[in-house]
Write a protein that binds this ligand. Structure first.
Ligand code: HEM
Length: 260
């Protein structure tokens, strides 16, 4: 990386820094946890992605996989870039140059997929009258907040690490992020980061606070059980005729298959 990493200042943080980079993130995380418990207890039947597949499927067929595939890649990149200290990746032989090149390429592909997918999902919601009518207050909060977070993320990557001189967020933003979770906050680590990174991190925390009150709760209910669940058996309602009855079982009963 050709950038000079901004050093983590040892100076004590200002009250504005404490508010922005300690108090607000902790409040958002508390709302995230308590909000999920509240939602689970109050609204288990509403705990769903509220799919609109039956109303429109052409845009959804492309938009949804693009967005979700991009999101999985972005999450993986964030786990490595934010949660794992650079000393650890270097200890296993991943140089700063290798990390940076991979992060920029994979991050850009993932970010573009996410932006394109989200663009399609937003477009069909705006352009299809039936979907627009079914858009409730939680969607009106979620879609703009999600879009702002994603666009700020990809803009920060593009401006600083694709077209810019390079910015080593692992020695600033990541230090601040990890500090929150080990209860040793370092607000001064992020306060000097470029504006796009700060705006992106702040909008992400606001998204975390909104999360439990939106359709994003479906993330915790991924249908992994589908992979291992038993086959469903379909039986005809009509009485079997002699031609279809074989050895006491009907053909339809033996022709079991997975449900679509
Ligand atoms: C507080 C939490 C978060 C922090 C501190 C954070 C930080 C970052 C950083 C440092 C980058 C630049 C990566 C690079 O240049 O290689 C980035 C990029 C990005 N972020 Fe985040 N992020 C957070 C949460 C989120 C969330 C919740 C989303 C999506 C909903 C998101 C979406 C993106 C996207 C699309 C990119 C551009 C693609 C990429 O480089 O991975 N981020 N983020």
């Amino acid at each position: 990386m050709n950038a000079v990493p901004a050093p983590v200042a040892a100076a004590s943080a200002s009250s504005a820094d404490l508010l922005l980079w300690v108090a607000i993130p902790y409040i958002c995380l508390a709302v995230f946890v308590v909000g999920h418990i509240w939602r689970y207890r109050q609204d288990q039947f509403g705990w769903t992605s509220r799919t609109t597949q039956l109303l429109e499927h052409r845009w959804l067929r492309w938009g949804s996989p693009l967005f979700h595939l991009g999101a999985f890649m972005v999450i993986a990149g964030h786990v490595v870039g934010l949660a794992i200290p650079d000393a650890w990746t270097e200890a296993v032989g991943i140089t700063e140059h290798t990390y940076h090149t991979t992060a920029v390429w994979a991050g850009s592909v993932a970010g573009v997929a996410m932006v394109a997918g989200l663009g399609m999902l937003c477009a069909r919601r705006l352009l299809n009258r039936q979907i627009r009518r079914g858009t409730d207050r939680s969607d009106k909060l979620l879609f703009p907040l999600l879009s702002v977070t994603v666009v700020l993320g990809i803009t920060a990557t593009a401006a600083h690490n694709v077209f810019g001189a390079g910015y080593d967020y692992r020695s600033t933003v990541s230090v601040w992020f990890r500090g929150l979770f080990v209860l040793q906050p370092h607000p001064e680590a992020i306060s000097g980061a470029p504006l796009l990174f700060r705006l992106h991190a702040m909008s992400a925390f606001l998204l975390f606070a909104a999360w439990p009150f939106t359709r994003l709760v479906h993330v915790w209910s991924a249908p992994i059980g589908y992979l291992a669940r038993p086959y469903l058996v379909y039986r005809r309602r009509t009485t079997p005729t002699a031609a279809t009855a074989v050895g006491g079982r009907t053909r339809s009963a033996s022709g079991s298959r997975r449900a679509a």
